[in-house]
Design a binder for this molecule. Structure first.
Ligand SMILES: Cc1cc2nc3c(=O)[nH]c(=O)nc-3n(C[C@H](O)[C@H](O)[C@H](O)COP(=O)(O)O)c2cc1C
Length: 183
């Protein structure tokens, strides 16, 4: 079981949004946490299309997320929102699965036109699952270096925002850990 789950909603083999989220995951690992990826591409399409709540892969993913301390959710913008297939996965996970978990939303898009998709689309979905959204980071394709996984963010301000948001995620996990110790 991992402390942090990176949930990737991209169907793309060489995904920009996953690259950015994996980079954030590396920063989190440098602080002593464990991180793992669950991608929508890990599932059989029929499990998602037919909403197979009882599919072993879906059940295991649900338990893995329930046991995590925090999430990073990454999605490309598709038609001004998160991907339909990310929603198809979240639809078959248990109600309130993000309860008490800080969630860092990351979205990538072809242009800045849909940067508010984090606020009007992804954050309400995270709230519905009872997660605690951080501000999040929107990254334009032109600022992602697909062939540089160790430093994939080409633009200084965006890289700084991603690092700052990742630090906020780490702080939130530590706060929750302290609260659990006190209880
Ligand atoms: C079907 C489809 C729809 C898209 N719709 C949008 C859109 O509405 N707005 C936008 O900025 N980019 C849009 N894009 C571009 C992707 O969001 C962008 O390239 C993203 O970084 C891809 O992420 P990925 O590599 O993780 O899949 C779309 C791409 C595809 C394939």
């Amino acid at each position: 079981m991992s402390d942090i789950i990176i949930l990737s909603g991209s169907p793309s083999r060489k995904s920009r949004s996953l690259l950015a989220a994996a980079y954030a995951g590396e920063l989190v690992k440098q602080q002593g946490f464990t991180a793992d990826v669950i991608s929508i591409t890990d599932f059989k399409p029929e499990d998602l299309v037919y909403a197979r709540f009882d599919s072993p892969a879906i059940v295991v993913a649900g338990k893995t997320i329930e046991n995590a301390k925090a999430l990073i959710i990454a999605s490309p913008v598709y038609k001004a929102s998160y991907t339909g297939v990310l929603k198809a996965l979240l639809d078959v996970l248990p109600q309130g699965i993000f309860t008490n978990k800080p969630v860092l939303p990351i979205m990538t898009g072809g242009s800045p036109a849909h940067l508010l998709a984090i606020d009007y689309a992804l954050k309400p979905l995270i709230a519905n699952l009872k997660g605690e959204s951080l501000q999040g980071v929107y990254i334009c394709d032109q600022h992602i270096l697909k062939d540089n996984p160790t430093e994939p963010i080409a633009e200084e301000d965006t890289a700084a925002r991603l690092k700052a948001q990742t630090n906020h995620l780490i702080e939130a996990i530590r706060r929750n850990d302290t609260v659990s110790l006190v209880k």
